[in-house]
Design a protein around this ligand. Structure first.
Ligand SMILES: [Zn+2]
Length: 207
């Protein structure tokens, strides 16, 4: 099984995640790194391959989708994969302290947060309470998509993934330098409920 010791480049990590997702798509999961030996190894610390920011949607479990195990992925999940200081701090911790070589932003098909925001903007009724936070965070992505003449729900989901990647690059300290010197990469992907695959939407430092 691929380990972080094998991952000398961000591209190696991204390739491992793509291969893991392919196993999931084809029902050939290996379910690696979940045995007693692995659990014992992890008692002394973690060395994950990547940090993944994904939507909290129950249909989008990160380790299952990439066929990864314990200690493989540092995962942050919020509804609509929205950013706030706690999320950005978690991503920065994974990069600077844990030394992950890849940042993954994973949105998905039929995202309720994106749909609710699109509905609020088109209907002109913005909810009160904490649900409003989701709308506030996702709205700029939808407005950006519309400004580019993209008006379908998949367009909104893809634009929100792009905007989230752009904001992580602009707000997380050092990430751009690490991408430039080849020690870190970032990808935005959209998970398709229809066939369980992850489609690349945006990438920097890997392909
Ligand atoms: Zn979602």
């Amino acid at each position: 099984m691929f380990t972080n010791e094998d991952a000398t480049r961000p591209q190696d990590v991204w390739d491992a995640l793509k291969i893991g997702n392919q196993r999931f798509v084809t029902h050939q999961q290996e379910r690696p790194n979940q045995d007693i030996v692995r659990r014992a190894e992890l008692r002394s610390g973690q060395n994950p391959l990547a940090v993944v920011l994904a939507c909290s949607d129950s249909r989008v479990p990160v380790e299952l989708i990439f066929d990864m195990g314990l200690g493989d992925l540092f995962v942050v999940r919020t509804a609509g994969e929205i950013l706030d200081p706690a999320v950005l701090g978690s991503i920065e911790y994974a990069i600077k302290t844990l030394g992950v070589k890849l940042v993954v932003v994973m949105g998905h098909e039929s995202c309720g947060a994106v749909a609710a925001t699109a509905e609020a903007l088109s209907g002109g009724v913005i909810p009160n309470g904490l649900e409003r936070i989701l709308i506030e965070k996702v709205a700029p992505s939808i407005l950006e998509a519309q400004a580019r003449g993209k008006n379908t729900t998949p367009d909104f989901e893809r634009q929100h993934i792009i905007e989230t990647v752009v904001q992580i690059k602009s707000r997380v300290h050092e990430i751009s330098e690490r991408i430039a010197d080849g020690t870190c990469g970032i990808v935005g992907v959209r998970y398709l409920l229809s066939d369980s695959s992850t489609k690349l939407v945006i990438a920097d430092g890997v392909e």
